[in-house]
Design a protein around this ligand. Structure first.
Ligand code: ARG
Length: 588
C-alpha cells in the first residue's frame, strides 16, 4: 500500500507521542487533536512541518516546546522513512523523507494497477441522489451541475470501494401532470411526441401552461385528470408514461453526450414513492408530530423560523389533500434506509434547497427514520452565472438548451484542437474535440468549490493555460507523445524508481499524496480538491520536463527512470480525470 507522506508523518508523530507517553517522558493523558501537519513554504525546511510540540506544551505546564520537540524527535529519528528530522525554534518539528522511502513507495505505486490505492476498510452503502430533472420540462443548469458533480462523487466513492447506489429522483408526479396530459391529448400523441423528442420540453410545458391559464374548460379537464391519475386510471397512466418516457429519452441524450453513468435503472422518481405517502402521514400522526396549520398537515421541527420569528412548518399534506415535495423526500429516506440499507445519503441539489433538506432531515430524525450512524447530507452547490455575472441565460435570453451549450463547447474545442495540431485527421479531430469540449465544461464546474457560484465562460474553460481540462488533457497527451517520439513503451513494472533531482523529488512527493486527496474528497464531497491536485501535478510535471531531459538523459538508466516517472504521472492524470468523468486523449 502506498502511504501518502502526510499520512505517514501523521502516524509517525502519533506513534512517537505514544511511545513518549508509555515511557513516561511525556506525562500526557491523550494526544491533543489540534496538531497541524503541513508543507513548509520554504522547501529547505523539509517536506513536512508540525506544531505538535507547541500544542502539547499547552497541556504540560512547566515544559518548553523545544524540550518536547527534542523528546519526540529522539523517537522519530529511528524511523527510516525520514532522512532528517530537525527541531526549529520555537518548537517546530521539520521532517524530510528519505530517498529510499520515496523510491520504495513510488515503485509500489507504479507496479499497482490501482496506483497503490487501498480499498476502504469499512465500505459503506452510499446513495447518491443527483441530476433529478423534471418530466416535460427543460433540464436547466442546476440539473447540469448536479449531474456533473454527482457523477464525479459516484465515481470516486465507488473507486475507493464503497457500494454506490445512483438515484435519479426525477420530478414525475404532481398536479402539473393533469395539465400536461390534457395538452398531450390536444396536440395528439404523434405531434406531442415529436415535440418532446426533439428536446423541446420547455415549449411543450409552456404551451400547456398558457392554455391552462387562459381556458377555464382546460383547467377543469386538467383538474379531473389529476384525480384520474391519482386513482390509477389505466388510460391516464398510459398517457403519463408517454410523457415520462419521452422526457427520459431527452435526458438520456444529454447523459450520453456528457458521458455520465446514469441509466434508466437509476431512475427513482417521485412517482415511485406515491404509495408510501399515506404511511408517512399516518406515522407522523401516530408520533404526535403532525400539527394542523391553515388546513395543512405540518411538522414544526425545532430551530426553524420564519422571517418574523414564528416557527416554520414543513408542509406534509396540503389542505386539498395533495402531498408536497417534503412528503416524498421523507418517504424516500425511509426507502433508502429500510430497503437499500444506506449508511450515507448524499443529495446533490442546488443551494436554494438548503432549508428544505435541513428541515426534511430534522423531521426524519424526529420520526426515527434517520437512525444515528446514518448520514444524510445536502451536497449543495452555487449558481452557474453568465460572463456578465448574472444568472446564466442563453444568448437569446429565453430558456436555454443544454444541447446547444454542449454543441458550442465541442465546436469551439474543435477549432482549438485544429489550430494546435493541424495534422490531425477528421475522425481523430472529432473525437478529441468531444473529449476536450465536454471535459472542459465538466472541469470548469468541478474545479471551483461547489458552494460558490461560478461563471460559465467557454473561452476560459477551453484555454490551454491555467486550471482547465485542456491544460490537464494536454499534459497527459504530451507524456504520451514522449513515448511516441522516443519509440519507447512504458515498462510494465519497475524494481526501483528513484527521484533524485529536486524537480523529480517534488513530482514524486505529489504523486504519493493521491490517496489522501481522494479520501478527502470522499469525506467532504468537494471534487475541486482533486482538480487542484491534478493541476499542481501537471505544473510539477512541467517543471520536471523542463529541467530533466527524458529522451536525451545522460544514461540509459536515467532515461528509463525518467520515462517511468513520466508514465506514472500520465497514469495518475488519466485516472484522476477519469474519476472526474473526463476523458484523456492520447494525442491532442
Ligand atoms: N426535481 C427537483 C428539482 O428540479 C430536484 C430533486 C432533488 N432530489 C430530491 N430528493 N429532492 O428541483
Amino acid at each position: 500500500m502506498v502511504v501518502s507522506a502526510e499520512v505517514l508523518l501523521h502516524e509517525s508523530i502519533l506513534e512517537a507521542l505514544r511511545q513518549c507517553m508509555n515511557d513516561g517522558s511525556l506525562p500526557l493523558d491523550a494526544v491533543p487533536d489540534d496538531i497541524v501537519i503541513e508543507k513548509p513554504k520554504n522547501p529547505s525546511h523539509g517536506d513536512w512541518s508540525t506544531n505538535a510540540a507547541l500544542r502539547i506544551a499547552r497541556h504540560l505546564p512547566g515544559s518548553t516546546p523545544m524540550d518536547i520537540a527534542n523528546t519526540v524527535v529522539a523517537h522519530l529519528s529511528e524511523n527510516t522513512a525520514f532522512s532528517r528530522v530537525d527541531v526549529v525554534q520555537p518548537g517546530f518539528i521539520n521532517a524530510r523523507l528519505s530517498g529510499a522511502f520515496i523510491d520504495a513507495q513510488l515503485t509500489e505505486m507504479y507496479n499497482s494497477p490501482r496506483l497503490g490505492l487501498p480499498e476502504v476498510e469499512h465500505p459503506q452503502t452510499v446513495v447518491v441522489d443527483y441530476s433529478a430533472p423534471n418530466v416535460a420540462k427543460e433540464m436547466h443548469v442546476g440539473h447540469l451541475r448536479s449531474t456533473i458533480i454527482g457523477d464525479a462523487l459516484v465515481r470516486i466513492l465507488a473507486h475507493l470501494g464503497h457500494t454506490v447506489i445512483r438515484e435519479n429522483h426525477i420530478g414525475d408526479w404532481g398536479t402539473p401532470f393533469g395539465m400536461l396530459i390534457e395538452h398531450l391529448i390536444d396536440v395528439g400523441d404523434a405531434e406531442g411526441l415529436e415535440e418532446l423528442s426533439v428536446g423541446e420540453l420547455g415549449a411543450f410545458y409552456r404551451e400547456a401552461r398558457t392554455t391552462f391559464d387562459s381556458e377555464p374548460a382546460f383547467q377543469d379537464r386538467s383538474r379531473r385528470r389529476v384525480v384520474l391519475l391519482q386513482s390509477g386510471d389505466p388510460a391516464t397512466l398510459k398517457l403519463w408514461r408517454t410523457l415520462v418516457d419521452a422526457s427520459l429519452d431527452a435526458f438520456e441524450t444529454i447523459y450520453s453526450e456528457l458521458g455520465v453513468l446514469l441509466t434508466r435503472e437509476d431512475v427513482a422518481g417521485e412517482s415511485r414513492y406515491n404509495d408510501a405517502l399515506g404511511k408517512v402521514v399516518e406515522d407522523l400522526k401516530a408520533w404526535n408530530l403532525l400539527v394542523e396549520s391553515d388546513g395543512a398537515q405540518c411538522v414544526f421541527p425545532p430551530g426553524f423560523f420564519n422571517r418574523d420569528g414564528s416557527p416554520l412548518p414543513l408542509i406534509i399534506q396540503k389542505s386539498d389533500g395533495g402531498y408536497g415535495y417534503a412528503a416524498t423526500d421523507l418517504a424516500t429516506i425511509r426507502d433508502r434506509v429500510d430497503r437499500l440499507h444506506a449508511d450515507r445519503m448524499l443529495y446533490v441539489v442546488g443551494m436554494p434547497q438548503s432549508q428544505h433538506f435541513a428541515m426534511v432531515f430534522a423531521v426524519a430524525a424526529m420520526a426515527g427514520w434517520l437512525p444515528t450512524g446514518v448520514e444524510a447530507t445536502h451536497i449543495a452547490f452555487g449558481h452557474m452565472l453568465g460572463t456578465d455575472h448574472k444568472m446564466f441565460k442563453s444568448r437569446s435570453g429565453g430558456t436555454f438548451q443544454l444541447q446547444r451549450l454542449i454543441d458550442e463547447a465541442v465546436a469551439r474545442a474543435r477549432s482549438a484542437v485544429i489550430e494546435r495540431n493541424p495534422e490531425l485527421g477528421e475522425e481523430d479531430c472529432d473525437s478529441i474535440a468531444r473529449m476536450v469540449g465536454i471535459g472542459a465544461m465538466k472541469y470548469a464546474d468541478l474545479a471551483n468549490d461547489r458552494t460558490r457560484d461560478y461563471v460559465f465562460d467557454l473561452d476560459r474553460m477551453l484555454s490551454f493555460e491555467g486550471n482547465t481540462a485542456p491544460y490537464l488533457q494536454y499534459a497527459h497527451a504530451r507524456i504520451r507523445s514522449v513515448f511516441r517520439k522516443g519509440n519507447a513503451a512504458p515498462a510494465a513494472s519497475v524494481t526501483a524508481l528513484p527521484a533524485l533531482a529536486p524537480s523529480e523529488r517534488a513530482l514524486a512527493l505529489h504523486l504519493l499524496s493521491l490517496q489522501s486527496v481522494l479520501e478527502d474528497v470522499a469525506i467532504t464531497c468537494r471534487p475541486h480538491t482533486l482538480c487542484t491536485y491534478l493541476y499542481e501535478l501537471s505544473s510539477l510535471f512541467t517543471d520536471f520536463y523542463e529541467q530533466c531531459p527524458i529522451l536525451k538523459a545522460a544514461s540509459a538508466e536515467e532515461r528509463e527512470n525518467r520515462l517511468a516517472l513520466a508514465h506514472l504521472t500520465g497514469r495518475t492524470l488519466r485516472e484522476g480525470l477519469g474519476l472526474l468523468g473526463i476523458a484523456a486523449p492520447e494525442q491532442m
